[in-house]
Design a protein around this ligand. Structure first.
Ligand SMILES: C[S@@+](CC[C@H](N)C(=O)[O-])C[C@H]1O[C@@H](n2cnc3c(N)ncnc32)[C@H](O)[C@@H]1O
Length: 192
């Protein structure tokens, strides 16, 4: 897979990034899109793909949702677990690759991904679609934020997302974003 030197892609790249005191993507405010995902779907369960330090799944758990976050960086998952060790509302944080989530068998009400899908190459994206399809209930929502230019040099556009997820998900909305100054999109998909 071709890869831009500066962008982390592998688990080792991300372990290194998470061993630093702060990551450049940070984990600051909760995106309004995530708040809307809860308001619109009123989910009982959520699955976060590429949860990093777990800020967003922790927010879901604080809203009373049974939240699960998966990330392939063991460093991130350990830090995420430590951060919530004394919280009343704890998400479940699991170390795992979003292209192979065989440790999960339940079906979730919603899923979200803030910055993970664009890390994958085409084969990884195909496996991701297959796994997320298996793990979401029919009619469940999937919210993705992805950069327009991926680290593996794939141009991610609404048409590209619609095509990549076709037959499994319907792309119901997309919106251009400058989140973190990066040309990117929010995508709203529904499991068919
Ligand atoms: C840009 S970070 C975003 C983390 C978090 N969503 C946030 O916004 O703070 C992307 C995350 O996806 C994870 N990731 C990338 N590829 C992955 C894969 N194949 N399986 C699991 N996690 C992956 C990385 O370890 C990293 O934590």
């Amino acid at each position: 897979m071709s890869k831009k030197a500066s962008a982390p892609v592998t688990g080792k790249d991300f372990d290194k990034a998470y061993n630093a005191p702060i990551t450049f993507w940070g984990d600051v405010r909760i995106p309004k899109e995530l708040e809307e995902l809860i308001k619109t779907n009123n989910p009982k369960t959520s699955l976060e793909l590429g949860c990093g330090l777990g800020r967003f799944s922790t927010y879901m758990a604080e809203q009373g949702i049974k939240a699960t976050g998966v990330d392939f960086s063991s460093v991130a998952v350990e830090k995420a677990k430590k951060r919530v060790a004394n919280s009343e509302h704890k998400p479940t944080f699991l170390e795992g690759d979003v292209t192979n989530l065989e440790m999960l068998n339940e079906q979730f009400d919603v899923s979200f991904d803030i910055g993970c899908f664009h890390c994958l190459d085409e084969e990884g994206q195909r496996k991701y679609v297959s796994e997320v399809s298996r793990l979401l209930k029919p009619g469940a929502s999937l919210l993705i934020w992805a950069m327009d230019s991926s680290p593996s040099d794939i141009r991610i556009t609404p048409d590209y997302i619609a095509k990549t997820f076709e037959n499994r998900f319907q792309l119901v909305n997309s919106r251009f974003s400058r989140r973190r100054i990066i040309a990117s999109h929010w995508y709203w998909l529904v499991r068919i």
